[in-house]
Design a protein around this ligand. Structure first.
Ligand code: COA
Length: 147
């Protein structure tokens, strides 16, 4: 598996991974409510993907194996992890761990002291396991990159 920058050519498959990950894996958050799923998925489109690829304020990454997108991650230039979604076909295989490690490494390269994210209920135990702590502000979690 390699993690690389996303391109426009990834737009269809990448956004489909986002929508499937939300729909199929985030039951603890949306409870199967179709309106909640639709709202969460509303901006996970090929058009929005191309905007994310083009904008300067974020870096979009894909984890790819044998030409298939297994995971999607996005780092904002101020250290926010804005997306971190695994394909339901590749859950518990280390994809998200590798994606978070990659994002943290990129964040360190541009001199950021910490990464911050808003965790789903689904991913909370995962983020704790990779070193994130609750800030006490809702579902916001943070990790010091230079402890
Ligand atoms: C929870 C989720 C993020 C984990 O990603 P993943 O790629 O499946 O997980 P990985 O294989 O990279 O990491 C597994 C680690 O998660 C932790 N973990 C937490 N709960 C676990 C569980 N029920 N089973 C296995 N591992 C679990 C362990 O520390 C494990 O590490 P280990 O294998 O070294 O023990 C993912 O499965 C998921 O549900 N994503 C849905 C989208 C989402 O909510 N994204 C976050 C938006 S903020």
């Amino acid at each position: 598996m390699e993690i690389r920058k996303a391109t426009h050519a990834d737009a269809e498959n990448g956004s489909a991974v986002l929508r499937r990950s939300i729909t199929e894996l985030c039951e603890a958050d949306h409870g199967g409510d179709q309106a909640a799923i639709a709202a969460w998925c509303a901006n996970k489109t090929p058009e929005m993907w191309r905007t994310w690829v083009d904008q300067q304020a974020t870096q979009l990454y894909v984890a790819v194996e044998a030409g298939k997108i297994l995971g999607v991650g996005m780092l904002g230039n101020t250290g926010d992890i804005l997306l971190n979604y695994v394909s339901p076909d590749a859950r518990w295989r280390g994809v998200s761990k590798a994606m978070v490690a990659h994002i943290e490494s990129e964040a360190r390269k541009i001199g950021l002291p910490k990464c911050t994210l808003k965790s789903s209920k689904t991913a909370h135990a995962f983020y704790e396991a990779v070193g994130y702590q609750d800030t006490g502000d809702g579902n916001v979690m943070t990790k010091d990159l230079n402890p």
